[in-house]
Write a protein that binds this ligand. Structure first.
Ligand code: KG4
Ligand code: ZN
Length: 361
């Protein structure tokens, strides 16, 4: 069966066709990054309007790329939570209209859970030998690190998951993007910080930045302290009011040379990734049999995080599932795939489906 997926939760309008549960027949993403760049972040009203303009052209392109027509589809899946409500509304309205007009099942999908499903998808070839699927990976530990979410899950299957940890402040991608602003790098900053951190000669121990642990058994994350520490390393530590004039010089930071910027990016990246790996280690130590480690979300495109996840999986003897780069960021193939998996278990929605700003769990 072919499932059409629609995604419009934030600033990407996407449509995709998935065959069976895992085979990506097409995946089209229209990014709005150029529309939001001058504001340094996503403007909800602009995002919602741009989705309205793009949803039908993107849908047509996905059908064309897959070489199918509307009449070949077996179901319509849509990311209906979490996200910007004005943006979600566009995808949900389009999906409901298609499902009703074509007389097809409608499947609402949680965008954050779909980021995990992206790691199971197969691109290009179709068939049993073509790639990951879900063989032997469950039960699994799941990690989603994106611009809006940083969460750890225990997963009995792709549709049966429980969140066991989440950020208490910034999401990891958000922290990366703010770090990029502090370092004077262009928007969106995560990939820029990653690129600088990988430059030859980058010293990730040049600046001592904090790795948040929270409580001894906590599986939650906090990145606001790391972000503030980076800010102080760049701008200098604010002097307490009672100190004398003589301390002023000691509060001045070293000058921001290209080398210093590179070292700060590497130090930030090392501390951020260490915090993630530390929590995954804790979750694994906390018990519960796990066969696999599944990661998804935009920050899984990060070079150091990918290396460290591979090292962790090797140390623990776990099957690692990480999406290819283009399926790490927002896309509709992950929505269609998880939609197909939910449909196979009878987890369908009806035409009362509405956008919800928060994740399901
Ligand atoms: O999953 P995604 O496309 O959107 C959300 O659902 O939030 O993730 C986007 C986030 C942005 O914060 C972006 O800066 C970050 O992923 N990102 C990266 C890298 N590539 C994308 N962060 C660090 N290193 C990267 N290479
Ligand atoms: Zn996302």
């Amino acid at each position: 069966m072919l499932v059409l997926g629609l995604e419009s939760s934030c600033d990407e309008t996407a449509a995709a066709v998935v065959s069976g549960r895992f085979d990506v027949r097409s995946s089209v993403v229209a990014s709005q990054v150029d529309l939001h760049r001058e504001y340094g972040g996503v403007v909800p009203e602009i995002a919602g309007r741009a989705h309205v303009e793009r949803v039908l052209p993107v849908l047509r392109a996905a059908l064309r790329e897959a070489g199918v027509g509307l009449c070949d589809l077996g179901a319509i899946a849509v990311g209906h939570r979490p996200g910007l409500v004005g943006s979600l509304l566009v995808g949900v309205a389009a999906a409901k209209a298609l499902a009703w007009g074509l007389g097809l099942p409608l499947v609402g999908v949680d965008h954050v859970h779909a980021h995990l499903y992206a790691a199971l998808l197969r691109e290009g070839a179709i068939g049993a030998d073509a790639g990951p699927g879900d063989d032997g990976v469950f039960p699994a530990l799941g990690l989603v690190v994106s611009g809006g979410h940083t969460s750890v899950y225990r997963m009995a299957s792709e549709v049966d998951l429980v969140r066991v940890g989440a950020t208490i402040d910034d999401a990891l991608g958000e922290a990366y993007d703010k770090a990029a602003v502090i370092l004077g790098l262009p928007y969106p900053g995560g990939p820029e910080v990653d690129r600088l951190a990988q430059e030859a000669g980058a010293d990730d121990a040049a600046v001592d930045l904090p790795v948040s642990r929270l409580g001894r058994d906590s599986l939650d994350f906090s990145f606001s302290g790391l972000k503030t520490a980076l800010l102080y390393a760049v701008q200098g530590v604010p002097r307490p009011a009672h100190r004398g004039q003589g301390d002023e010089a000691s509060a001045l930071p070293p000058p921001m040379t290209p080398e210093r910027r590179r070292d700060l990016a590497a130090s930030f990246q090392a501390a951020a990734v260490r915090a993630v790996i530390l929590k995954l280690e804790r979750a694994l130590d906390a018990g519960g049999s796990v066969n696999g480690l599944i990661a998804g979300g935009g920050v899984v495109a990060n070079s150091l995080l990918r290396r460290e996840l591979a090292a962790l999986a090797a140390r623990r003897g776990l099957a690692l599932r990480v999406p290819p780069m283009r399926l790490c960021v927002d896309n509709a193939a992950m929505i269609a795939g998880l939609g197909a998996a939910r449909l196979a278990r009878g987890l369908v929605s009806d035409l009362t489906l509405t956008p919800v700003p928060t994740t399901g769990c």
